[in-house]
Design a protein around this ligand. Structure first.
Ligand SMILES: NC(=O)c1ccc[n+]([C@@H]2O[C@H](COP(=O)([O-])OP(=O)(O)OC[C@H]3O[C@@H](n4cnc5c(N)ncnc54)[C@H](OP(=O)(O)O)[C@@H]3O)[C@@H](O)[C@H]2O)c1
Length: 290
């Protein structure tokens, strides 16, 4: 009964799952949940020490030895290309890609590629990973992509201010990166057959993690109120695990989930022209050919 959150079946045995940002919060709980279901887990983390510590805990808590670590700073496109190259040399299949890693930064910080870091990590890294790993996912079909977005979504995107050239706010940058991820999810689903490679996005809930602690500084006056609704990482991982593993989601593509149910994302996320425009710009920003 995966749909009701039973994490102990062998449903994912033989499935290779790559999870970015798997050393803490929602990502670590997702990795543990899928490992409990027998999956082979490839954790993508940027820090070796934090990654290795989490890897030991995930192996111990899941009683599954098939948990591996790959290092990549997802703010660097060079590191993403290297990650994909190393992954393809080691593994022949990829059944589930979970784009979970995320940041929210209080000040503008450009990456080595000259891109605002929140946009680079939360959106462009998933865009690049999905494109570079698409062939492997397709060969492993039925394969799934799960994009961890948020209910915090911008109502518009100013393409002339993507790097905070005109102005920058932490909440705005974060909410634009999440809107971009959802627009991309829908556009990807329109372009590719969901029976081969499906793609969905989700809101994990408001979860007690390092991320919410960063927001605490930002929304300090409302935080006592918000914290009434905050859940633990294990509960926060349930929708990611559901989208990655449930038979109910097989072949379902281009949807947005909350609490393991289909939900509506913000109105603008369904704008197909905007999604196409974003795809073109993303292709240029990541130097992809097409
Ligand atoms: N918590 C919430 O209430 C909430 C609500 C809606 C959506 N989300 C989304 O849920 C996802 C998981 O966040 P979380 O709440 O679990 O926060 P978290 O505990 O801070 O986890 C974020 C993960 O992303 C990793 N990461 C950040 N920058 C990276 C980079 N440049 N390269 C590689 N990895 C990087 C972090 O690694 P380090 O440990 O090395 O920093 C960490 O493993 C995010 O996409 C977030 O936007 C969270």
């Amino acid at each position: 009964m995966i749909g009701t959150g039973n994490l102990t079946s062998d449903l994912m045995k033989g499935k290779i799952c790559m999870i970015t940002g798997a050393n803490s919060g929602v990502g670590k709980a997702t990795a543990t949940g899928l490992a409990k279901m027998g999956a082979t887990i490839v954790m993508v983390c940027r820090n070796q020490e934090r990654g290795e510590q989490a890897l030991d805990e995930i192996k111990r808590d899941s009683n599954n030895e098939l948990v591996y670590l790959m290092l990549a700073d997802l703010s660097s496109q060079k590191a993403i290309h290297q990650l994909v190259k190393d992954f393809k040399e080691k593994y022949k299949s990829l059944h589930v890609l979970i784009n979970n890693a995320g940041v929210n930064l209080s000040r503008v910080k450009l990456t080595e590629d000259g891109i605002e870091t929140t946009l680079a990590v939360n959106y462009l890294a998933p865009f690049l990973l999905c494109n570079l790993l698409f062939d492997t996912l397709k060969e492993s079909q039925p394969a799934r992509i799960v994009n961890v977005a948020s209910s915090v979504q911008a109502k518009s995107i100013d393409f002339d201010n993507l790097n905070g050239e005109k102005h920058y706010s932490q909440m705005k940058a974060y909410s634009i990166s999440k809107l971009a991820l959802i627009l991309f999810t829908y556009e990807f689903a329109r372009r590719f057959d969901g029976n081969e490679v499906s793609i969905n996005s989700l809101h994990p809930g408001y979860v007690r993690t390092n991320m919410i602690r960063n927001f605490r500084k930002f929304v300090k006056y409302f935080f006592p109120f918000i914290s009434l609704f905050v859940i633990g990482p294990k509960r926060g991982a349930k929708t990611s695990i559901y989208c990655a593993s449930s038979p109910d989601v097989e072949g379902v593509s281009g949807k947005y989930y909350k609490k393991r149910k289909e939900a509506k994302s913000g109105k603008i996320s369904y704008n197909e022209d905007l999604a196409k425009q974003l795809w073109e710009i993303s292709t240029k920003l990541t130097n992809l050919k097409s």
